[in-house]
Design a protein around this ligand. Structure first.
Ligand code: SF4
Length: 386
């Protein structure tokens, strides 16, 4: 760990080592003073106890997933790799977001009430697993970096992208972002590897954009950087979430802006998403029916002369064989709980090289009997049984 990536300070009676602006290692000062007399900083950061590792942005406990820790990268919705049976592979290097959108489907950001734990995956481990999955899929793969997060918070992004770009089956690398962390230098780095940025701008009006983001949203800066992306080697897709009652008038402005700057060189310029209230997401009172949503999209298509009703084929997506699932619904297992789960009342366990979310009140380190109740898209959920 190079010292240039570490900032040290004291806060709330803790000694804090902030690594790459994202990973906080916190040690109570009374222990730190004793440890510092005997051990090097590097040793203290890596091994000293008591020690808390925290996501600097969300302040949640952060689990660092390395090859050595043995947590598999298939099976969880929030980190690792997701294969939904197409040539698009979702790559999820971390969790945690710098915004708190009022419509967030995964209840992200510091104000989250449901997410208990964040994860970050070591780039080499993630890239190697991706390589394995891409090889299985064959040529013409799109690797899409997204997740329950703002992907640009990932402190090892350049290393990950560099490794991904060496995987021969990957033809397209695309990435989701809320735009906050885009700047000239980052765009220059990204354009070396990335084909398309999916940028979620939800309003052109700053007050509305900020209200939707649940935080100040610097729209002027983001719009300037959107233009920079268009002028780079990358393509830009602007992907607003239409939240009825909040940004109805803004969507037209966004379409106009996307067309004005020339977004969508190879892909569609705008991908409007429908706000959908999810069980574990943030819920608003009003939502549109699919009929209302698509009727309006059809109207705008005529008005602006641009394709807005998009199909997977518009992004070169096609069906491909899935990585075979080694676990079936209804199977029962007994395994050790190896880490905290993403949500309260959840823990992680390992079965047949897959990570399983187990609903249980038991503690990490204990063993539990559980039954698999969900296996959709290779994501496994289990509940404890006696
Ligand atoms: S930017 Fe995305 S992940 Fe972050 S809070 Fe908003 S909707 Fe959720």
């Amino acid at each position: 760990m190079s010292a240039e990536h570490i900032r040290e300070y004291e806060e709330d009676n803790d000694k804090v080592f902030l690594i790459r602006g994202f990973i906080e290692v916190r040690i109570p000062l009374k222990y730190y003073h004793k440890l510092a007399k005997r051990y090097s900083t590097e040793y203290i950061i890596s091994f000293a106890e008591p020690r808390m590792v925290v996501n600097h942005i969300t302040k949640r406990q952060l689990v660092f997933i390395t090859r050595e820790c043995g947590i598999p990268l298939l099976g969880h919705p929030a980190f690792g790799i997701i294969d939904r049976g197409t040539n698009l592979i979702q790559v999820r290097p971390l969790t945690g977001c710098n915004l708190n959108c009022i419509f967030c489907s995964v209840d992200e950001g510091r104000i989250s009430r449901t997410r208990a734990t964040d994860y970050i995956v070591e780039p080499g481990y993630l890239a190697d697993k991706l390589k394995e999955v891409a090889k299985f899929k064959g040529g013409g793969v799109e690797a899409h970096i997204d997740g329950q997060c703002e992907p640009l918070l990932y402190p090892y992004m350049e290393e990950l992208l560099e490794r991904m770009s060496r995987i021969k089956e990957i033809e397209v690398i695309s990435m989701q972002t809320n735009g906050i962390l885009l700047n000239e230098a980052r765009i220059e780095m990204l354009e070396e590897y990335v084909t398309r940025i999916n940028l979620s701008i939800n309003a052109i009006d700053e007050a509305i954009a900020s209200m939707l983001a649940g935080a100040r949203y610097p729209i002027r800066r983001v719009l300037a950087n959107a233009k920079r992306v268009v002028d780079s080697n990358m393509d830009l897709l602007i992907a607003p979430v239409w939240v009825p009652g909040y940004n109805d008038r803004e969507i037209e402005k966004i379409i106009r802006f996307a067309l004005e700057i020339g977004a969508g060189k190879r892909y569609p310029p705008v991908g409007i998403q429908k706000y959908i209230p999810y069980r574990h997401g943030r819920k608003l009172k009003k939502s549109l029916t699919f009929r209302e949503f698509y009727n309006k999209l059809a109207e705008w298509e005529t008005e602006f002369g641009v394709k807005l009703i998009l199909r997977p084929a518009d992004f070169g997506m096609e069906k491909r064989a899935r990585i075979p699932s080694p676990i079936s619904k209804g199977e029962r297992f007994r395994a050790q709980l190896i880490a905290e789960g993403r949500m309260f009342g959840e823990k992680l366990a390992i079965v047949r090289d897959r990570v399983i979310t187990v609903r249980t009140d038991r503690r990490v380190g204990e063993f539990a009997n559980f039954e698999i109740v969900r296996t959709h898209d290779g994501i496994f959920l289990a509940v404890e049984v006696q």
